[in-house]
Write a protein that binds this ligand. Structure first.
Ligand SMILES: [Zn+2]
Ligand SMILES: [Zn+2]
Length: 175
């Protein structure tokens, strides 16, 4: 076992021993490629990388807090993230040679690496992106913004006729 300060998981090193990483990323330290959220707190990642045949297996856990905007009302949404991962990365050249790629039936996720290793930050930012739901909403019954006047219908009932009909409160208020 080896505690790595380095952020590159190289084959050269993995051939010798497992790499154990415990690392904290400050907000903004990870490149999340224009994703529609930002890191609101430090990100802690604890993981072990090892070589299994020609595959690099990375297991671990990450935790952080993200901030995003509600898809309906654009209000801020806090997203606590606690994610376990167990990932396999195959060398890219193997795929070129073999027609069939057997992906294990269970929960394991398979990715690919090229060159002589994997940058830890790439693995972590990918996992963060995957932890965010496709559509972030502040609450399941968020009413969103009125498409006509732009009012936040969670806070105020606007006077647009269409939005009053749409609103689940229309019947309550209409009487
Ligand atoms: Zn909302
Ligand atoms: Zn309106």
């Amino acid at each position: 076992m080896f505690i790595a300060a380095a952020v590159l998981l190289t084959l050269q090193e993995l051939e010798l021993h497992q790499i154990v990483v415990s690392k904290t990323y400050a907000p903004g330290a990870l490149d999340c490629r224009g994703a529609e959220f930002h890191q609101a707190g430090p990100l802690q990642v604890d993981m072990v990388a090892e070589l299994v045949g020609s595959e690099i297996r990375i297991r671990g856990h990450l935790g952080t807090r993200l901030k995003a905007s509600c898809a309906r009302c654009l209000g801020p949404v806090e997203l606590p993230v606690e994610r376990d991962f167990d990932l396999f990365y195959r060398p890219l050249r193997t795929i070129a040679r073999e027609e069939e790629v057997e992906v294990p039936e269970d929960e394991l996720e398979v990715g690919f690496y090229s060159g002589d290793g994997i940058a830890l930050a790439d693995v972590v930012s990918e996992q963060v992106i995957l932890s965010v739901p496709m559509k972030v909403i502040c609450q399941p019954d968020c009413l969103g913004l009125c498409p006509t006047c732009g009012a936040d219908r969670n806070r105020e009932a606007c006077r647009c006729p269409a939005s009053r009909e749409d609103s689940p409160f229309a019947t309550l208020k209409g009487g």
